[in-house]
Design a protein around this ligand. Structure first.
Ligand SMILES: [Zn+2]
Length: 435
C-alpha cells in the first residue's frame, strides 16, 4: 500500500460516522424516480461541504460535481437517487410507499465517501485527471403516468435517468463510469468485482378501446375491451413456447384498468408490461410479438388497440474486473472476502447501467452488508461497514489507480474499449422508442 492509498483509507475511516449517518437518513426518506428532490438536496449539500462546485436539477433532480482543472481523463462515480415502491417495507415513507429496498442509499453513501477522500488535496494532487460525482435519478421503472406528464411538461426528452443524462450531454465529459449496487446475483462475498450480464427491457402501455353498453340488457351492442385484453394475454401465453432459454425473455403484464363498473361492459382496459430479454435483438423481436398479440386479439373482437412504448434499459454487457479495480480490491482483501464475478451468470433483472455499458467503459462492483431480497419488505442493511464504508474505499482506490501515474490505467481502459453503440446511435434508439 502506498501512502496515498493509506490516506484514502484513513480519510474514509475517519469520516465513517458521517457517511453512515447520511445513508441512514436517506434510507428513511426514499423518493420515487424523478421525485428525488430531498435526496438530491442532501447530496448537493454534502458535495458543497467538500468544496466542490455542484450542478443541480439535471434531468429534474440529478446532481453533478467535479474536481476540475486537471488535464487527463475524467472518472465518474455514479450513485442512483431513487427508491422503489414497496409499501410493505418497514422504512417505506407512509404517504408514498417508497423505500430503499434496492439499496440505492448505499450507492449515494459510497459515492460521497469516495468524494471525501478524492477531493482531499493530499490525494487529488496525485491524480492526473478529474473525478466526477454523479447522482442520477430514476434508475427504477418509471410509471407511465409520470413519464407522460414529464414529457408533456417538457421537463424530459427521454423518461429514464441515465438515458436523459446522455441525451443532455452530461456524460460527454466522463470517460469512465464507476457503478455499484448491492449484489444483484447471489453472492456470499463482501465485494464482487465486475459486471454480470443482465436483461434489457422495454416498457409498454397497451390501451384497448371497446364500446360500453349495459352488461346485462345490451351486451350485444357492446365491444368488450376486457375480453379483448384477455384474448391478448392468452395469445401472449401461447407465444411463450417461442421464447428461447438463451434469450432470457420475460414478459410480465399487469392490468391497470379493467373496467369502470360491473354492470357496464368495459370500454377501456389498460395493460402495462415490461418486455425483457438478454439481448437487444430478442427484446425487439419479443416486443413485435407482444404488439401483434394484443393488436390482432383486439381486432378479432372488434376492439382497437393503442400501444405506447417507453424506454426501459439495455442489457448489461458482461464485463470482468479491470486491473485498476482488482488492484484496489487487493489492498482491502485482508479485511474483506472479495471475488470476481463468475462468467456467464445472467441477471434476469435490468438496470440502466446496461445502457452505459453499450457506450462507455463501465467499472462495476457489487457489495454485501444486506440481507433479504431486493425490492422486498425483508431487504435490510445489516452491516453498515460492508454496505457503505468498504465499498467507498474500493471506489476511491479504484479511481486513484486509474488516475495515478499519468493516468496510465485510465488511458489503457479508454483506448481498449469498443462501444457497441455510438452515443448518437444510442440517443436515436432511445428517442425513437419514446416517440
Ligand atoms: Zn437497484
Amino acid at each position: 500500500m502506498d501512502p496515498y492509498e493509506k490516506k484514502i483509507i484513513d480519510l474514509i475511516d475517519e469520516n465513517a460516522d458521517r457517511i453512515i449517518s447520511f445513508a441512514r437518513d436517506v434510507a428513511k426518506s426514499g423518493e420515487a424516480s424523478f421525485f428525488e428532490f430531498e435526496t438530491a438536496r442532501k447530496v448537493k449539500e454534502f458535495l458543497e461541504s467538500l468544496g466542490l462546485p455542484v450542478k443541480f436539477g439535471i434531468a429534474v433532480t440529478g446532481v453533478k460535481a467535479e474536481t476540475s482543472g486537471k488535464r487527463g481523463p475524467t472518472v465518474g462515480i455514479i450513485g442512483e437517487l431513487d427508491g422503489i415502491r414497496c409499501p410493505a417495507h418497514p422504512q417505506a415513507v407512509p404517504d408514498t410507499g417508497i423505500s430503499h429496498a434496492c439499496g440505492h442509499n448505499a450507492q449515494m453513501a459510497i459515492m460521497l465517501g469516495a468524494a471525501i477522500a478524492l477531493s482531499d488535496e493530499s490525494v487529488s494532487d496525485r491524480l492526473f485527471g478529474n473525478v466526477a460525482f454523479l447522482a442520477i435519478p430514476a434508475e427504477e421503472h418509471v410509471d407511465s403516468e409520470v413519464c407522460d406528464s414529464l414529457l408533456e411538461q417538457g421537463k424530459l426528452s427521454i423518461p429514464s435517468g441515465k438515458a436523459e443524462w446522455v441525451y443532455l450531454g452530461e456524460l460527454d465529459d466522463v470517460d469512465i463510469a464507476i457503478t455499484t449496487h448491492v449484489h444483484m446475483v447471489p453472492s456470499n462475498s463482501d465485494l464482487l468485482l465486475g459486471n454480470n450480464a443482465s436483461t434489457g427491457t422495454i416498457g409498454k402501455k397497451i390501451t384497448i378501446h371497446g364500446k360500453a353498453a349495459h352488461a346485462a340488457a345490451a351486451p350485444h351492442l357492446a365491444v368488450n375491451a376486457l375480453n379483448a385484453a384477455s384474448l391478448g394475454l392468452s395469445a401472449l401465453g401461447m407465444l411463450r413456447e417461442t421464447f428461447r432459454e438463451k434469450d432470457f425473455v420475460r414478459v410480465h403484464p399487469i392490468i391497470k384498468k379493467g373496467g369502470t363498473a360491473v354492470n357496464v361492459v368495459p370500454d377501456e382496459v389498460i395493460i402495462e408490461t415490461m418486455v425483457r430479454a438478454g439481448n437487444i435483438e430478442a427484446m425487439l423481436e419479443t416486443d413485435r410479438k407482444v404488439d401483434t398479440a394484443f393488436t390482432c386479439s383486439a381486432a378479432a373482437l372488434g376492439a382497437s388497440c393503442e400501444i405506447k412504448n417507453y424506454i426501459g434499459k439495455l442489457p448489461v454487457i458482461e464485463t470482468p474486473p479491470c486491473r485498476a479495480l482488482s488492484d484496489a480490491a487487493r489492498i482491502l482483501s485482508d479485511k474483506a472476502d472479495i471475488s470476481d464475478i463468475a462468467p456467464n451468470v445472467q441477471n434476469a433483472a435490468s438496470t440502466d447501467v446496461g445502457d452505459l455499458t453499450h457506450i462507455m467503459p463501465v467499472i462495476n462492483f457489487s457489495h454485501g452488508g444486506f440481507e433479504g431480497a431486493l425490492h422486498s419488505a425483508d431487504f435490510k442493511i445489516c452491516d453498515e461497514y460492508k454496505a457503505y464504508i468498504l465499498p467507498a474505499k474500493l471506489a476511491a482506490l479504484t479511481v486513484y489507480n486509474l488516475l495515478k501515474d499519468n493516468a496510465e490505467n485510465a488511458d489503457e481502459l479508454i483506448k481498449s474499449f469498443k462501444p457497441k453503440l455510438s452515443r448518437a446511435d444510442y440517443i436515436k434508439y432511445a428517442i425513437d422508442l419514446t416517440k
